[in-house]
Design a protein around this ligand. Sequence first.
Ligand code: SAM
Length: 257
Amino acid sequence: MKFHIVTIFPEFFQGPLACGILSRARKAGLVDIEIHDLRKWTSDTHRTVDDRPFGGEEGMVMKIEPIDAAVAEIGSRCPGGSAWTVLLSAQGRLFDQVAARRLAARQDDVVLVCGRYEGVDERVAQHLADEEISIGSYVLSGGEWAAGVIVDSVARLCPGAVGNAASTRRESFEPLDSGGVGILDYPQYTRPARYAPARLGGRSWDVPEVLLSGHHEAVARWRRDAALEKTRANRPDLLRLSTPMAGADATPGATEN
Ligand code: SAM
């Protein structure tokens, strides 16, 4: 799996790419990430990547020419002579675990184009990008944050990136066999089973008894119920999107509070 990130702030990625699973996956050759400075594809002395918007508004808009040149050159160097091009944009389709799995399954290189300023000349979305992705319903100051999120979530799905592959299969949002979005993961606890800091005045915060029971079926049942309860409380929208998987209560639309 290879990502190319096109940005005017290449230094942005130094920290995030050097940590944890992402760093290990890169060192192991499971994921390759190349950062490209967009200004390399400018032709004027000021290395200009932006200009004023037509129609007379505040702010600046990223120009199409350097992005077109970057996408064309990077694509021509990729196996097969082209790459899958993604424009990061608040106006794109919402990114989720299904989309992460879809990108992780791609055989070709993926180019992530990071916008800045007031955004990117719309012709990039119309004619250069294969898809436009948003990581959430809020506005970031730059596509670099979104590129980091996408690279991290996709890289950990690459075989071998996470020690126990089964653990990524049962995480929050994991796509269901039906193709729908899954519910949230069940809550996790670790030692100590009883936590009683002095400020609780003799009370304690305890791990649910069933998890200490060693009774596998009961633990599995508790986890299913707890995952549903948490989904109902925090993300009822997922229950509408999912199909029955964790008991009749998960029927689409059946459970909103
Ligand atoms: N004027 C734009 C709008 O209202 O949709 C916002 C531009 S934003 C300040 C600058 C850049 O940040 C965008 O071009 C895009 O690359 C990135 N960006 C902002 N929010 C994003 C989001 N939710 N998902 C992905 N990228 C985002």
